[in-house]
Design a protein around this ligand. Structure first.
Ligand code: URA
Length: 211
């Protein structure tokens, strides 16, 4: 497994505003969108392309276009939905699947309540969107769904990760697939309620309110 921490002053600035508990939902949503676009730039560094020949107004030249099969972007509902536009803006040819997952706050196990994924994703680059990599339970379950459908190239885009969660994902993946995590920052630890410290609180609630 590969871990990429986006080290950029703009990422750090936007993340600081996100962390601030005084930041209201509309600003939070806007900043998540902007931050994901910056992370998507890193996450798509190895995206598959084909060579094409084109004609500029001046000469014939070769360039690249995004290759087939199209990449698959999978936001993990609910909070991952806030990351979807930022990702597809940079990856316009992507198809979008959905996984609805929530953690049982007592057992901390991931429960799946919605699953809209293609049956076969072999040969496709898959991008999972989940803002908070905390215990790793949700991300492991999501990666497992993709591996079971044939994926071998999975990139998870997260805003924040806890060291505990990274370790869990790393142990689960082993050498079964090429899995990369792109994250804006790795925080200190999890607290007793499995929230990331210092973190930014409940990402879903901060995006959409408590419903
Ligand atoms: N999910 C969140 O939204 N926040 C955390 O800190 C951990 C999990």
């Amino acid at each position: 497994m590969r871990l990429h921490v986006a080290d950029h002053p703009l990422v750090a600035h936007k993340l600081t505003v996100l962390r601030d508990k005084k930041t209201p939902s509309p600003t939070f949503r806007q900043l998540v969108d902007e931050l994901v676009t910056l992370l998507a730039y890193e996450a798509t560094r190895d995206v598959h392309t084909d060579t094409v020949q084109i004609e500029t107004p001046v000469a014939v030249t070769t360039g690249v276009k995004l290759a087939d099969p199209r990449p698959l972007v999978v936001p993990i509902l609910r909070a991952g939905l806030g990351m979807l536009d930022g990702m597809t803006r940079l990856l316009p040819t992507a198809e979008v699947g959905f996984l609805g997952m929530q953690r049982d706050e007592t057992t901390l196990e991931a429960i799946t309540y919605a699953n809209r994924l293609p049956d076969d994703v072999s040969g496709r680059q898959c991008f999972l969107l989940d803002p908070m990599l905390a215990t790793g339970g949700t991300l492991v379950a999501a990666i497992d769904y993709l591996l079971a459908r044939g994926a071998r190239d999975v990139t998870a885009v997260c805003l924040l990760a806890a060291p505990e969660g990274i370790e869990v994902v790393e142990k689960f993946v082993g050498d079964r697939a090429d899995v990369k995590i792109v994250v804006a920052a790795v925080d200190e630890r999890l607290n007793e309620k499995a929230y990331i410290v210092p973190g930014l609180g409940d990402a879903g609630d901060r995006l959409y309110g408590i419903v």
